[in-house]
Design a protein around this ligand. Structure first.
Ligand SMILES: CC(C)(COP(=O)(O)OP(=O)(O)OC[C@H]1O[C@@H](n2cnc3c(N)ncnc32)[C@H](O)[C@@H]1OP(=O)(O)O)[C@@H](O)C(=O)NCCC(=O)NCCS
Length: 159
């Protein structure tokens, strides 16, 4: 699989059914179509999708992040099962960091399940640190790690 034949762009309503297919495969409590649809209308939401260059309709991954005040929060990031391990999640985070760094945002934050070793490894590789433990954050009682990437006054991370 060549990752250079996939590109990131803002999501549209036409991407939603492909996004939902991935979402329902990878999360125990998936977002609904309505949830994603609302993200398309929020001025502070960055909703990005990785699609193939040939048809622009095959979705390999997506990310939703909010920019509010001096903070960016990543709310959802997922890569389709057939596209894992190709660096797509890394590229999605790099893209959002490059967008928010221009807006003088000081930090990027997110919550991740304590058991989600792949995601924690991804964020740590990208210089996020665990800044908080949220006890029983998820509906099954699992704790969350809040992880933070500080940007203020620092040179952009080189990943
Ligand atoms: C977490 C997730 C987004 C990673 O997507 P991906 O596109 O496969 O990740 P990348 O290819 O960009 O990997 C980048 C780094 O992440 C880490 N990583 C990714 N998958 C991993 C795995 N299965 N095990 C351990 N580390 C992993 C590695 O550090 C990797 O770097 P490397 O390739 O140099 O080793 C993907 O597994 C996913 O969609 N999971 C389900 C949804 C989810 O849990 N989202 C996060 C919610 S907080």
């Amino acid at each position: 699989m060549k990752t250079e034949s996939f590109s990131l762009r803002p999501a549209t309503t036409e991407d939603l059914s492909a996004i939902l297919q991935i979402e329902t495969q990878v999360y125990p409590n998936p977002w609904t179509e309505e949830h994603f649809r609302l993200e398309l209308t929020k001025p502070y939401s960055h909703f990005l999708v990785f699609t193939d260059d040939e048809t622009d309709s095959i979705v390999a991954g997506y990310l939703v992040a909010w920019v509010m005040f001096d903070e960016c929060q990543i709310l959802n990031i997922a890569t389709g099962l057939n596209y894992r391990g190709l660096g797509l999640a890394k590229q999605m985070i790099q893209k959002v960091v490059s967008i928010v760094a221009k807006k003088e945002i000081k930090k990027v934050v997110l919550d991740v399940r304590k058991s989600n070793a792949a995601a924690i490894q991804l964020y740590q590789q990208m210089n996020f640190n665990i800044t908080h433990v949220r006890k029983e954050f998820y509906s099954n009682g699992e704790d969350a790690y809040q992880m933070t990437l500080r940007l203020a006054g620092e040179i952009l991370p080189s990943f």
